[in-house]
Design a binder for this molecule. Structure first.
Ligand SMILES: Cc1ncc(COP(=O)(O)O)c(C=O)c1O
Length: 374
C-alpha cells in the first residue's frame, strides 16, 4: 500500500508510527488477549493508557499542577457552549475576539448561553466587510485589542483553520495580554505544534483530530481556579468540575481515541518534544510560503504575512479553473486534501505535525513545476 500525502484539515493525517503501534497492539493489547477497545474503562490496563496520555501531555507542554488536563467528548463545538455554561453568571460578561468562522461559531453559542443566564457577551471582530462577504485575513496586534478588565474571560481562536490566520506564529502577533482576565483559546488546529506558556491561559481546548489524535476526544487544559469557579447549577456532565474530580472517568471516555492520543504524544516525545517539532514545522512553513512569495504573479496568500498560519496554509491561483486543475494534478501525484474550505474556495494545505517535510517539499516542488507549465 502507498500512503497518500495527506493535507486534510481534520480529521487529518496521523503519524505512521502511531498507527503502526495501534496495528501491532490492535488484537492483543499488552498481552491481555483483548483489544484496548474491549477493556473496561475502570480496569488497570485501560487506566494505564489513560494516565500515560495525561502524563505525556503534562510533560510535553509543561503543565503545572495548578491546571487540570481533561479528555472530554462533544468536540470543540460542544466547548463553544460548555465554556460559557461553566463560566458565565447573571450580570457577568464574556469577551470574544473574533478572527474567523470558528470564532463566530463560538461567539454565537456564548450569546445563547448568556441569554439563558442573564449574562452578556461583547465581541471585537477583526474581519473586513459585513455578513457573508466578511473576509478574515489577519489577527490583531496587541494595540488593537481592548480587553474588558471586568470580563469573566476573553476568548480567542488561536488558529482559524478555514482562513489560515494564527496568533503567535510569525512572531509579531502574540497572544493577547489579558492581564487578570482569564484567556480562553480554541487551539483545535494549532495545539502542540510548538511550545507555549500555558500559564498565560485560563483554559485551552482542542479537538484531537488535527494535531494529536483521532476525532472523538477533545482535550481541555484548565486552571484549577476556573474549575472551582464553575457553576454548580448546570447538569453534572457539563461541569468541568465533574471531569476534573473523576480524572475524566466520570462516564465512559472515548477509550480508543484516548489510546490513539497516547500513541501520538508518545511519538512526539520520541521526536524530542515540542521544541523539535516546532523546528520541523517552521522549516515546512518556510518551504511552502517561500514558493508563494517567490511567485507573486501566480500564487497569492490572502493572509497578511504577520498572521500567517503555520498549520493551515491557504493560497490562491490566478483563476478558479487553474485551482481545480492544480488540485486534480496534485491528486495524480498522491496528494489529497488540498481543496480550500467550501466557504472560501482556493487551496489549503494543512500541514500539522504528522505532515513530514518530505510531503511539504513534494507539494512545494509541484507548485513550482505547475507554475512553470503555465
Ligand atoms: C478551530 C476549530 N474549532 C472548532 C472546530 C470544531 O471541532 P469539532 O468538529 O471537533 O467540534 C474545528 C473543526 O474543524 C476547528 O478547526
Amino acid at each position: 500500500m502507498t500512503r497518500k500525502i495527506n493535507f486534510n484539515a481534520g480529521p487529518a493525517a496521523l503519524p505512521l508510527p502511531a498507527l503502526e503501534r495501534a496495528r501491532e497492539e490492535f488484537l492483543d493489547f499488552a498481552g491481555s488477549g483483548m483489544s484496548v477497545m474491549e477493556h473496561s474503562h475502570r480496569g488497570k490496563d485501560y487506566e494505564a493508557v489513560h494516565d500515560e496520555a495525561i502524563a505525556l501531555l503534562r510533560e510535553l507542554l509543561g503543565v503545572p499542577s495548578s491546571y487540570e488536563v481533561l479528555f472530554l467528548q462533544g468536540g470543540a463545538t460542544q466547548m463553544f457552549a460548555q465554556i460559557p455554561m461553566n463560566l458565565l453568571e447573571k450580570g457577568s460578561t464574556a469577551q470574544y475576539l473574533v478572527t474567523g468562522a470558528w470564532g463566530e461559531k463560538a461567539l454565537g453559542e456564548a450569546k445563547t448561553v448568556a441569554a439563558m443566564f442573564g449574562a452578556g457577551v461583547s465581541a471585537q471582530n477583526f474581519g473586513a466587510g459585513e455578513g457573508k462577504e466578511r473576509k478574515y485575513t489577519r489577527v490583531p496586534a496587541p494595540s488593537e485589542t481592548k480587553v474588558d478588565p471586568a470580563a469573566a474571560y476573553c476568548h480567542i481562536t488561536s488558529n482559524e483553520t478555514i482562513h489560515g490566520v494564527e496568533f503567535n506564529a510569525q512572531g509579531s502577533r502574540p497572544f493577547p495580554d489579558t492581564a487578570s482576565v482569564p484567556l480562553v483559546a480554541d487551539m483545535s488546529s494549532d495545539f502542540l505544534w510548538r511550545p507555549f506558556d500555558i500559564g498565560k491561559f485560563g483554559l485551552v481546548y482542542a479537538g484531537a483530530q488535527k494535531n494529536i489524535g483521532p476525532s472523538g476526544v477533545v482535550v481541555v487544559v484548565i486552571s484549577k481556579e476556573l474549575v472551582e469557579k464553575g457553576r454548580k447549577d448546570i447538569p453534572k456532565i457539563f461541569q468541568f468540575r465533574t471531569h476534573a474530580e473523576n480524572k475524566s472517568l466520570y462516564n465512559t471516555p472515548p477509550t480508543f481515541g484516548v489510546y490513539m492520543v497516547r500513541n501520538v504524544l508518545s511519538w512526539l516525545k520520541g521526536l524530542g518534544g515540542l521544541p523539535k517539532i516546532e523546528e520541523a514545522n517552521r522549516r515546512k512553513g518556510a518551504r511552502i510560503y517561500g514558493v508563494i512569495d517567490a511567485n507573486p504573479d501566480f500564487y497569492r496568500s490572502p493572509v497578511e504575512k504577520e498572521s500567517r498560519s503555520m498549520m493551515n496554509v491557504v493560497f490562491r491561483l490566478p483563476t478558479p479553473e487553474l485551482e481545480e486543475q492544480f488540485i486534480a494534478e496534485a491528486k495524480k501525484r498522491g496528494m489529497v486534501g488540498l481543496k480550500g474550505h467550501r466557504s472560501v474556495g482556493g487551496i489549503r494545505a494543512s500541514v500539522y505535525n504528522a505532515a513530514s517535510f518530505e510531503w511539504v517539499d513534494a507539494l512545494a516542488g509541484f507548485m513550482e513545476e505547475f507554475r512553470k507549465g503555465k
